[in-house]
Design a protein around this ligand. Structure first.
Ligand SMILES: [Zn+2]
Length: 255
């Protein structure tokens, strides 16, 4: 209760400040035009269009600020791991735009890496279909045989040299919109032991979470925790976090 009251106060102060800023701009503009009219010898006064553009700029930056604060407030009040994600990363929310009508094209080839079996491919496919069934995420996947057209490329490797069984590399633009991704999945653990399909399913679930813009969870009950045992499904918190991410505008939340 105390916190939300404090937040409300902040909003009020901000509104008053923004009104003050606008008033000052209007007053300054009036003064300038008055002076200009009085003394013909002065340099040309600030042109009206320029003044309007400047006050529009102020309004815009103020509304951007307010939007950012409302986003931060929703994140802070949510039961998700978005706060943990923002603390680990550069405070940039990244996600895909709506990709329902225009599905994300995934190139998921049969692996040629030693240890690859068709069951591993099916496990990866199942992980994609699990994520697209999470309500509230406007992203669906379609598989393509053409790697050149794909938004997402899956690579199979025998094993990572490090303590790792999967990796996601994603690209995004300055506005925080994701552009493309590569998922690398191993067929064996770093000790050379073949990974069963349920382990590959869990690793793929985790890496597709990154592909969708999620970072790491701070709770080992979630699939997005940095290390995890094989599991059947995403946690409710994984789903809530992804859903909230897709309700928020992407981009930087740094002040
Ligand atoms: Zn990870």
């Amino acid at each position: 209760m105390g916190t939300s009251k404090h937040i409300l106060l902040l909003i009020l102060v901000r509104r008053i400040l923004s009104v003050t800023v606008l008033l000052v701009v209007v007053l300054t503009a009036l003064k300038l035009s008055g002076r200009g009219a009085g003394r013909a010898s002065l340099p040309p006064r600030v042109d009206a269009a320029d003044r309007e553009a400047r006050s529009a700029g102020l309004l815009r930056s103020d509304s951007v600020l307010r939007a950012r604060e409302s986003t931060l407030r929703r994140i802070a009040e949510s039961d998700t791991y978005l706060p943990a994600m923002l603390a680990q990363s550069d405070s940039v929310l990244k996600r895909w735009p709506d990709r329902i009508a225009n599905p994300l094209l995934v190139y998921l080839p049969e692996g040629s890496a030693p240890g690859y079996t068709a069951e591993l491919g099916q496990a990866a496919r199942k992980a994609f279909s699990r994520w697209e069934r999470v309500a509230g995420i406007p992203v669906v996947f379609a598989f393509t045989r053409d790697s050149g057209r794909a938004d997402v490329i899956v690579r199979w490797i025998p094993e990572f040299p490090l303590e790792r069984t999967g990796q996601a590399d994603v690209r995004w633009n300055r506005a925080g919109w994701l552009l493309s991704g590569t998922l690398t999945l191993a067929t064996r653990n770093p000790g050379g032991i073949p990974l069963p399909p349920d382990a590959v399913y869990t690793v793929a679930l985790h890496e597709i979470g990154h592909l969708l813009g999620l970072g790491h969870s701070d709770d080992s009950a979630d699939v997005m925790y940095p290390t995890t045992d094989p599991r059947d499904d995403l946690s409710p918190r994984d789903r809530r976090t992804a859903r909230l991410l897709y309700e928020l505008p992407p981009g930087s939340l740094r002040s």
